[in-house]
Design a protein around this ligand. Structure first.
Ligand SMILES: NC(=O)c1ccc[n+]([C@@H]2O[C@H](COP(=O)([O-])OP(=O)(O)OC[C@H]3O[C@@H](n4cnc5c(N)ncnc54)[C@H](OP(=O)(O)O)[C@@H]3O)[C@@H](O)[C@H]2O)c1
Length: 305
């Protein structure tokens, strides 16, 4: 099969190459999925799991990309709950070969059924950004209706999901990002927008929850904006700052079939809109994931034209 591999951590996405690899075999409780759409998040090339397995052994060349939508083509020993021919989508294990390939072996529990009226490209764009937003707001952030949320990178893949879900649950949403993205963030539901390149972050006043995707100085300044009892949730690694009287939580997104179901149902009924910036076939994936101009939104790789 065709697959993208990485072997050199220092090279980042520029080190991706398109190669031939053996098709994966399903292990116990796995399925093999023919990938019709795959997503990739840049941070994974900095995570140890892309380069070493769970006991620290080198696992290069590894196939990056950890979200997909496709069709089940084989079941492993003991696999229950999914069947050959079924449309599925989900998040794959960080320490196994990923989804920038024609076929992917993945634990069945990491997948959810993909309804027939949601196309594969949309399905592939949902697991990382949708689950990250859901878990950050509700599992880790404990969002309550009526609270205010400062959403960094509000026009990005995760930020647009965070904004829409927080609005649906009755929060007041202030988005941030590059000034050029102001209208996009407002279109996805932010009620105010702070352009980090020319507005003053501190002008937003106090908030209950910060959803940080950037870390660094923006995270540190945001910690100071959190009300007593509030929470800083970050997906940018261990927190570098804590609210004076509140919690700071970092996490890495996990698969959850029930949450995938909640997310895709919202896409079907129009409550959630996905944020796809570019779609390319696997043959063009290396170039698509190394764009020469700025692309706002997710790049989805389609295994077939
Ligand atoms: N821990 C986890 O489980 C987890 C899960 C998902 C994602 N992540 C990580 O979270 C980050 C965001 O993911 P994503 O998929 O939402 O990325 P994305 O689509 O690129 O969104 C990030 C947004 O923030 C903006 N931004 C970044 N730095 C900025 C700055 N200094 N000033 C103003 N705007 C800035 C980006 O603008 P530009 O495009 O112009 O930079 C973009 O609009 C990535 O690093 C990703 O790897 C972690």
């Amino acid at each position: 099969m065709k697959a993208i591999v990485v072997t050199d951590q220092a090279a980042g996405t520029a080190g991706m190459t398109l190669v031939e690899r053996p098709e994966p075999e399903p292990a116990i409780n796995d399925v093999v999925v023919e990938a019709h759409g795959s997503g990739f998040t840049s941070g994974e090339l900095t995570w140890p799991s892309t380069w070493t397995d769970r006991v620290g052994r080198d696992r290069t060349p590894s196939i990056p990309g950890h979200e997909l939508a496709g069709v089940v083509t084989a079941l492993g020993y003991g696999t229950a709950g999914l069947s050959v021919g079924q449309r599925v989508f989900g998040l794959t294990d960080w320490t196994r070969d990923g989804t920038l390939a024609e076929y992917v072996a993945v634990e069945a529990r990491n997948l959810a059924p993909l309804p027939g009226d949601v196309d594969f490209t949309v399905g592939a764009s949902l697991p990382i950004s949708g689950l990250t937003a859901w878990q950050g707001l509700f599992d880790h952030g404990g969002l309550q209706a009526g609270q205010s949320v400062l959403v960094h990178g509000a026009a990005g893949a995760v930020g647009t999901m965070v904004t829409q879900l927080a609005r649906e649950f009755g929060a007041y949403v202030i988005g941030t990002g590059r000034a050029v993205d102001r209208q996009k963030a407002l279109d996805f539901g932010a009620m105010e927008f702070v352009g980090l390149d020319n507005d003053t972050l501190e002008d937003v006043g106090k908030v209950d929850l910060v959803f940080d995707v950037m870390g660094g100085d923006i995270q540190k300044r945001s910690a100071g904006l959190i009300r007593a009892g509030g929470t800083l949730v970050t997906i940018a690694g261990p927190p570098e700052a804590r609210p004076a009287d509140g919690l700071a939580i970092d996490f890495v997104v996990e698969s959850d079939r029930a949450q995938l179901g909640e997310i895709v149902q919202r896409v079907r009924d129009g409550r959630l809109r996905t944020n796809i910036g570019n779609v390319a076939i696997l043959d063009d994936a290396v170039a698509a994931l190394n764009p020469t101009e700025r692309i706002s939104g997710k790049t989805i790789i389609s295994a077939r034209p």
